[in-house]
Design a protein around this ligand. Structure first.
Ligand SMILES: *Cc1c(COP(=O)(O)O)cnc(C)c1O
Length: 427
């Protein structure tokens, strides 16, 4: 591995024109110190940096690249669509095919709409939920991330069932007060919230398996409780499957767990690496969306033909064999990392669901943000740097799940575990 002169030079130039040198904060490596690796290109499970170094990729563009980079069928679909024109601002057959395909995979999507980012999907879904119910309060959970819309950048106020406070400058308190933030995996807190404010709640939004505080699975019964309490109180359950959608199963976490939420958001994998996301759900709810109903939502590039082609080509590759392969790879990595931490005598736990995995630098299990945030982030940062120096590109934050792609080989996993042993010894 080089000491990254090209990346360093690019980062200096980038910092002169972009805030923090990046277009999305986590890329700046602030949580682990140091400066980011600039990527020149990628192929299968490998990233090649501007310095010419090769890395085994455990980010996969933060989820989308489930097939690995540059899958021939996806590239060919994109090429073919692009030759026919990049964008028309008029309906196309491709977006109909895409919507039909998604509806087969996700029966809860009785009607759906394409947008261009996960943020737009969750923001729109909640506007629709408010429009449909005529209520204003939204419930979310600490440690879940749903994009950067104002009313979702909110943290818990003091005490349970109190209204939230902004988690970002620029978010008006008047908006934050409409968001109620509860601890994940806490049925009592959820019941209490509905008991005290049930008539005001428009929707409960959650990650059905959390990836955005590291990988945290739902406790048995928690997701069903969300669905049931919403139904009982006239609120809508919104599964934000932007990360888990078509990653944990072809039909997402809702297929994996056999659940049917009122609304769902998708992005990442279903967009095949292009700017494409989706929101949708119950027919009666989605009928409130313009031009049928009074909830306005629109997009110049929504359902873009090139993006939709990448999504369709990706969805076509999602066979049972692919998920079995990811499971085998994931289990091998999980066991390897766990054994490495145990042998090194480092307090740690490995949590994994399918191809989402986190090595938490604390004893487990981790069930909530209160528990996740007790991790030794300094040790994680040192470990991350040592992994990077050994050609392993792990997410640069303790609180981001790592992703496996189907292009990984058994040897890649062996190399990653060996690097982890050395990295732990060096931290
Ligand atoms: C990534 C993510 C989002 C935001 O998607 P963007 O495309 O980055 O706007 C929303 N929800 C979840 C669960 C995510 O993982």
């Amino acid at each position: 591995m080089s000491d990254r002169p090209a990346s360093q030079a690019l980062f200096e130039r980038a910092s002169a024109v972009l805030p923090g040198g990046v277009n999305s904060p986590v890329r700046a490596f602030r949580a682990v110190g140091g400066s980011p690796v600039f990527i020149a290109r990628a192929s299968k499970a490998r990233l090649i940096s501007a310095d010419g170094d090769e890395y085994i990729d455990f980010i996969n563009s933060w989820g989308p690249a489930i097939l690995g980079h540059g899958h021939p069928a996806v590239i060919e679909a994109v090429r073919e669509a692009a030759m026919g024109g990049l964008s028309f601002g008029a309906p196309t057959a491709l977006e109909v095919l895409f919507a039909e395909r998604l509806q087969k995979l996700y029966p809860s999507l009785e009607k759906l709409r394409c947008v261009s980012s996960g943020t737009e999907a969750t923001m729109s879904a909640l506007r629709v939920a408010r429009g449909f119910t005529g209520r204003e309060v939204v419930v979310k959970f600490e440690g879940c991330y749903h994009g950067h819309a104002d009313h979702l950048l909110v943290k818990a106020g003091s005490g349970l069932a109190t209204f939230g406070v902004p988690d970002s400058a620029g978010v008006p308190e008047a908006i934050a007060r409409l968001t109620l933030t509860l601890p994940y995996n806490d049925p009592e807190a959820l019941r209490a919230a509905f008991a005290s404010r049930g008539k005001e709640i428009a929707a409960v939004i959650l990650e059905p398996v959390v990836g955005n505080m590291g990988c945290v699975p739902p406790e048995p019964g928690f997701l069903q409780l969300v669905i049931d309490l919403c139904r009982e109180h006239g609120a809508l359950s919104v599964f934000d499957e932007v990360m888990t959608g078509s990653r944990l199963a072809p039909g997402g976490a809702q297929e994996r767990f056999g659940l049917r939420p009122d609304m769902t958001t998708l992005g990442k994998v279903v967009g095949g690496g292009m700017p494409l996301a989706v929101y949708g759900g119950r027919e009666d709810v989605m009928r409130t969306v313009a031009p049928l109903g009074p909830v306005y939502q629109a997009g110049t590039l929504s359902g873009n033909p090139v993006a939709v082609s990448a999504g369709l080509a990706t969805l076509a590759e999602l066979t049972p064999a692919l998920y079995e392969r990811l499971e085998v790879l994931g289990a091998a990595l999980e066991e390897g990392l766990r054994a490495a931490a145990r042998d090194a005598g480092v307090p740690a736990c490995v949590q994994r669901v399918g191809s989402m995995i986190t090595l938490f630098f604390r004893e487990g299990p981790v069930r909530s943000w209160a528990e996740a945030s007790g991790s030794d982030t300094k040790r994680f940062a040192r470990w991350h740097g040592e992994m990077l120096a050994r050609g392993i590109y792990w997410p640069p934050s303790q609180y981001e799940a790592a992703f496996l792609c189907a292009a990984l080989t058994d040897d890649d996993i062996t190399r990653t575990v060996a690097a982890c042993r050395e990295a732990l010894a060096a931290t």
